[in-house]
Design a protein around this ligand. Sequence first.
Ligand code: PRP
Ligand code: MN
Ligand code: MG
Length: 178
Amino acid sequence: TQRPYVIDEMISAKAIAARIEALASEIAAEFSDTNKLVVVGLLRGSFVFIADLVRELHLPVEVDFLEVSSYGDAMESSREVRVLKDLRAAIEGRDVLVVEDIVDTGYTLSHVLRLLETRGPARLRTIALLDKPTRREVEIRADWTGFEIPDEFVVGYGIDYAQRNRNLPYIGKVRFPE
Ligand code: PRP
Ligand code: MN
Ligand code: MG
């Protein structure tokens, strides 16, 4: 059973869209010399962000997904990253952009980077919509970050709490009233 909670808006859909436009032009500049970019979304959390991001990236891209999970239904990371579905593409010699919704402890992104490194990509870059730097346990930083946020449990725009609220169009924070 779930304790009742409310969600307060933290980052509006409009603010997210504006930030993605700016990030997309930086990414397009970085990868302007390639026609073999593979954009890899980490499921499930990144599905909304990657959909909006690739539509602002005016480059030839392939879209692929890797499913990893470490939180399950909990509010706290298990610190064990399970790969549930692998990529379809072979990334050896290719340019890869990993798209993540949020970097919190850092376990998920660092695990994925270590895994993908072993496959010999030409370039491996990362983007995260949100970053909670105060929660980091593994030293890692995405190459591009949308917003740095304080230590709040956030939902929406792909991010869940116990698999719910991924479909909110904005980022909200979870609050438990007394
Ligand atoms: C969440 C989130 C990130 C990760 C960040 O995924 O989407 O992938 O945790 O946390 P970390 O930096 O502490 O590892 P989750 O495991 O909840 O799976 P999901 O994307 O399917 O919700
Ligand atoms: Mn995730
Ligand atoms: Mg989750």
